[in-house]
Design a binder for this molecule. Structure first.
Ligand code: ADP
Ligand code: MG
Length: 472
């Protein structure tokens, strides 16, 4: 056996990273994030590569849609490999060759993750700007496709204002927020809007990484004059993910000069970052303060309403046939960011097209096992009480009160029942949390709810939904 772990450090990891990068380019970000990103390199032995996925459904899907191409890409990288096998392994457990635990296994995942993403799918060429300097715009990232909710309304309004006015309303517009919350989407939307309404305005969009890359190249080839010249005729300049140049002093210096020169010639500047100007570490003080001179708009993490709105819009676009409860469930359970929401939805759409029927809660859970686990947290009795009270529209205080009216007693019983099911608390402990009730009261509640679930199917569905929303 010629175990590949014996090869020089990192060779395999690099090959895997290249294979992944190619898959991403070929199939696009959306497909990559939904299906291919979760793949891990599991085992390598004579002529065969094994990649692992978290669920059976994903294995089937990848085998049908991507495995052939995956095998070809591997063969291009390394002619030692004739075949690729897709296996199911729970997330975070790495499998490896029997008898020789490879220290590289972890490294492979890390390095693969760090591979920079190539251009997005279906690139539309950069808009009327010096060639080579601009990035591509994603055709889906328009204002029409951007769902507005409380967490992003300020950023959205500011972006609209900048896109719609021919003057410079504030300079710069600084958008910041966590990953996957729509910063890049808003910037592309501004660019699209201006491009469509006013094609004479010259818009340049690039990531801070590209800015730095261009600058360093200019230094190396002694073409810094050309580099500067390129910005001369720009009306709107957007730099995405400015935090990238933190700690890169000469790039910052150059950026600062470019920035000031452009402001002087009334060019609109739009910057995005993962933090507010003040919190950007490794950034020169004068640059930080300059970045905060215009309008600083933050995008907050999504709330339930926004997530549901986004899901409904995308489900409609995708023609997804699902029960409304499925979308509600997703909005409750996938709280990390919009990108993950999209990934979840893509998988569900694929599943429904595969099995040819509407998606229900069961299949959703099965198909999204790994994503749901990643969004999981331990549930407490207080959270159960809160959620149940909300659901039945009663006051949280009634979970502890002595009121016996059916309208509050029943939800209270449901909460007791779920506390028994979803936490490891004992009956007396649960009783205490419900206004010091006796353990026999809790026992009675559990029995009563079990009984109702068996006889009343709509009640049963309600409880099931609550349970899934709370489940760890
Ligand atoms: P960021 O640049 O902040 O990391 P992106 O702009 O790349 O995030 O957004 C990640 C994904 O989520 C994109 O596919 C984007 O279209 C989508 N998205 C984010 N916010 C919204 C929103 N409010 N409405 C519709 N789609 C959104
Ligand atoms: Mg972005």
């Amino acid at each position: 056996m010629t175990g590949l772990w014996a090869r020089p450090d990192g060779a395999l990891a690099e090959q895997w990273a290249r294979v992944r990068a190619k898959l991403r380019t070929e199939f696009g970000d959306a497909a990559f994030n939904s299906w291919l990103k979760p793949l891990t390199l599991a085992e390598v032995s004579d002529g065969r590569i094994r990649v692992a996925v978290p669920t059976r459904f994903m294995r089937d899907w990848i085998e049908t849609n991507y495995a052939a191409r995956l095998a070809e890409l591997w063969r291009d990288e390394n002619s030692d490999f004739g075949s690729v096998e897709v296996i199911v392994a729970p997330a975070r457990t790495s499998i490896h060759q029997a008898g020789s635990p490879p220290p590289q296994a972890r490294q492979i995942e890390v390095e693969a993750e760090a591979t920079p993403a190539p251009a997005v799918q279906a690139p539309v060429e950069a808009i009327d700007a010096p060639s080579g300097l601009t990035s591509v715009l994603d055709p889906r990232f328009t204002f029409e496709n951007f769902i507005v909710g409380r967490p992003n309304e300020l950023a959205h309004a500011a972006a609209r204002r900048v896109a719609e006015s021919s003057e410079v309303p504030f300079n710069p517009l600084f958008l910041y927020g966590g990953v996957g919350l729509g910063k890049t989407h808003l910037m592309h939307a501004i660019a699209w809007h201006i491009y469509r309404r006013n094609p004479d305005r010259r818009v340049m969009y690039l990531s801070a990484e590209q800015f730095m890359y261009q600058f360093i190249r200019a230094l190396r080839f002694k073409t810094t004059m050309d580099f500067k010249e390129q910005f001369r005729s720009v009306d709107v300049l957007m730099i995405d993910d400015i935090q990238f140049i933190a700690g890169k002093d000469s790039t910052q210096e150059e950026f600062f000069h470019t920035f000031n020169a452009l402001v002087d010639q009334s060019c609109q500047i739009i910057i995005s970052a993962d933090k507010s100007p003040n919190d950007l570490e490794g950034m020169e003080e004068r640059l930080r303060s300059r970045l905060g001179w215009g309008l600083v708009a933050d995008i907050h993490p999504t709330d339930y309403e926004l997530r549901l709105g986004i899901l409904q819009a995308k489900a409609e676009q995708l023609g997804l046939d699902s029960q409304p409860k499925v979308l509600e469930f997703l909005a409750h359970r996938i709280t990390s960011n919009v990108r993950e929401l999209e990934g979840a939805l893509n998988r569900i759409v694929a599943h429904s097209s595969l099995v040819g029927r509407a998606v229900n809660l069961d299949t959703t859970q099965e198909v999204l096992q790994d994503l749901l686990r990643a969004n999981d947290r331990k549930v407490t009795i207080e959270e159960i009480q809160k959620k149940v009270a909300e659901h039945f529209n009663i006051r949280f205080a009634d979970m502890h009160s002595a009121r016996r009216a059916r309208a509050v007693a029943r939800p209270r019983q449901v909460a007791m029942y779920l506390s028994k099911q979803l936490t490891s608390r004992s009956l007396p402990e649960i009783g205490r949390k419900f206004g010091g009730r006796d353990h026999t009261t809790v026992m009675h509640a559990v029995r009563k709810i079990d009984e109702l679930r068996a006889t009343d199917s709509s009640f049963n569905e309600d409880v099931e939904l609550l349970k899934r929303m709370l489940e760890t």
